[in-house]
Design a binder for this molecule. Structure first.
Ligand code: GDP
Length: 300
């Protein structure tokens, strides 16, 4: 089992009582513990390095108020910095979807196969219908896996949204445009486009989703990433962030035992807000992302 960070630091902290300032010397051991804790939480190394450098910069020279030990003061800096990186300073609006466009508002889903895209489409459709009273249409631009289209049809029916059938002989861009045309004619407020995911990053797939993006100009382009992906999340996020102007992230499978280091890696690479967290396989397992809770989870 991993030690809780505060307990871990407490062991180092004992030697530091009575110092009035955080210094290079009195924080070195603790920063090493923080670094280890982040690596154990599966945060990718470049993200860990940047985080430690930021904490160091904020902490050094900071006065330690009388009621605290230097260790407690440093834990405070670490917690604040991590929550801020997770998006705590962005305010609750950061997790909201934008509808500031002529309807239908288009949401494009991007991510690897198995990340949870199709499930998340169902969850979003349910949330938008029930909480936001929107008329929602879904479509799959995955012409490679008929099973994926069937899965989208099933989840869409489960949440009572409308489904636009896919002709697998059509090009993904044409399918997206046909669904958009249908949505306009039937006064849908939102069109959610599910896309093909491959098992790894591949150039043809990136070109295809970029072409869909260029054709329909979505107001939201959400990158769906599996929290269990661990350190690999950083490479996947980089590839999608380079190919597409992402507007937000959905972190799925947070009901699993992942510590959530992927959240920090993905924020580090994209700088985009994490808007939602997937917390169950069921279609009501979607929550607005909570930066502070995530920071605490990563710290263990
Ligand atoms: P896609 O290939 O990206 O469309 O991924 P799917 O939506 O098919 O999801 C892949 C698997 O992950 C399915 O078995 C889903 O039930 C599961 N899944 C998706 N989101 C979550 C989640 O938040 N929690 C859990 N436990 N499972 C999820």
């Amino acid at each position: 089992m991993l030690d809780n960070l505060t307990q871990r630091l407490a062991k180092v902290v004992k030697t530091m009582r009575g110092e009035a300032r955080l210094t290079e010397t009195n924080t070195a051991d603790m920063l090493r513990e923080v670094r280890l804790a982040l690596l154990e939480a599966d945060v990718a190394l470049p993200a860990v390095r940047e985080f430690i450098a930021n904490v160091k910069q904020k902490a050094l020279g900071e006065e330690v108020i009388a009621s605290l030990t230097p260790g407690q003061a440093l834990v405070g800096v670490v917690q604040r910095e991590l929550a801020s990186l997770m998006g705590a300073d962005l305010g609750p609006e950061a997790s909201q979807l934008s509808f500031a466009t002529q309807p239908p508002a288009i949401i494009l889903m991007a991510g690897l196969q198995g990340a949870g895209k199709t499930t998340t489409v169902g969850k979003l459709a349910k949330y938008l219908r029930e909480q936001k009273k929107k008329k929602v249409l879904t479509v799959s631009a995955d012409v490679y896996r008929p099973a994926a289209i069937g899965q989208l049809q099933t989840v869409t029916a489960q949440v009572g949204a409308d489904f636009f059938p896919t002709e697998i002989t059509d090009k993904p861009v044409d399918i997206a445009l046909a669904a958009l045309d249908y949505a306009k004619r039937h006064y849908h407020d939102v069109l959610i486009i599910d896309t093909a995911g491959r098992l790894g990053i591949d150039e043809a797939m990136m070109k295809e989703i970029s072409a869909i993006h260029a054709a329909v100009k979505p107001i939201e382009t959400l990158f769906v990433v599996d929290a269990m992906l661990g350190q690999d999340a950083i490479n996947t996020a980089k590839a999608f962030n380079d190919a597409l102007p992402l507007t937000g992230i959905v972190l799925t499978k947070l009901d699993g035992d992942a510590r959530g280091g992927a959240a920090l890696s993905v924020r580090h690479i994209t700088g985009k807000p994490i808007k939602f967290a997937g917390t169950a396989e069921k279609l009501d397992g979607l929550e607005a992302f909570d930066p502070t809770r995530m920071a605490n989870r990563i710290l263990g």
